[in-house]
Design a binder for this molecule. Sequence first.
Ligand SMILES: C[S@@+](CC[C@H](N)C(=O)[O-])C[C@H]1O[C@@H](n2cnc3c(N)ncnc32)[C@H](O)[C@@H]1O
Length: 264
Amino acid sequence: MTQTADSRSRVEQAEEMSHSFGFRHVEAGKQELVDEVFHHVASRYDLMNDLMSGGMHRLWKNAMVAKLAPPRGPDSGWRSLDMAGGTGDIAMRIVRAANRNVHVTVSDINASMLAVGRQRAEKAGLADNLDFVEANAEELPFESNSFDAYTIAFGIRNVPRMDLALAEAFRVLKFGGRFLCLEFSEVDMSLLDRVYEEWSMRAIPRIGGIVAGSAEPYRYLVESIRKFPRQDRFAEMIRQVGFSRVDYTNFSGGIAALHSGWKL
Ligand SMILES: C[S@@+](CC[C@H](N)C(=O)[O-])C[C@H]1O[C@@H](n2cnc3c(N)ncnc32)[C@H](O)[C@@H]1O
């Protein structure tokens, strides 16, 4: 495959990603800037997701949960961790797919996102199947070998040191546990890439300005997508922390990709 200008602008090094805030280079404090973005957008986050992706994020998330295939029978004792789980969207889909027979811990660094998640869980009558833990993906407060699955959706690109987050995912999973990561990725069709570029760089910050009152956080979200490593490079990072049988599936021509790995 020929390398596009876009793919050249993507980071080749995890180190570079840890200092990038969208297209800006920040020496330190990427996490604080990311936290500000999500404190700001928390109350409008779910509505904005629908507007920004034209509802596509729902299909991608459902495909992620289908691939996870949580057990549907009673008393399985199955537990998963949804990291950077924000407003609990993935966790609630997992619990529903399992007929409420599993437990999911939603963990996120941002208290505002988790507060919205708790409210949603109560409203949906799913609070008994969920718990919410404020934590940094780079340093988890969970015991080693304790979860059957670890999911992270549209979260890892915001974490300054992705290699640490991946290593923590490996640590907290049980042997035989499943790692699944859904993230915006590199579009592999040039026409679609141009349409997507226009939409994401121009329309999304504008929609953010109208709906959430500020374009800036959405500019960051879009720019951070463009900086994220390509699918094959990210798969290699997952292998490097110890995961086996690593592969990925592109959704919508690579707008999003689902990476999978096993702790074996
Ligand atoms: C785009 S949202 C995704 C939320 C949810 N997973 C979803 O798909 O709707 C990204 C989330 O990553 C969280 N996040 C950013 N840095 C983090 C870190 N170092 N540790 C844990 N969560 C983090 C943010 O607070 C935010 O809730």
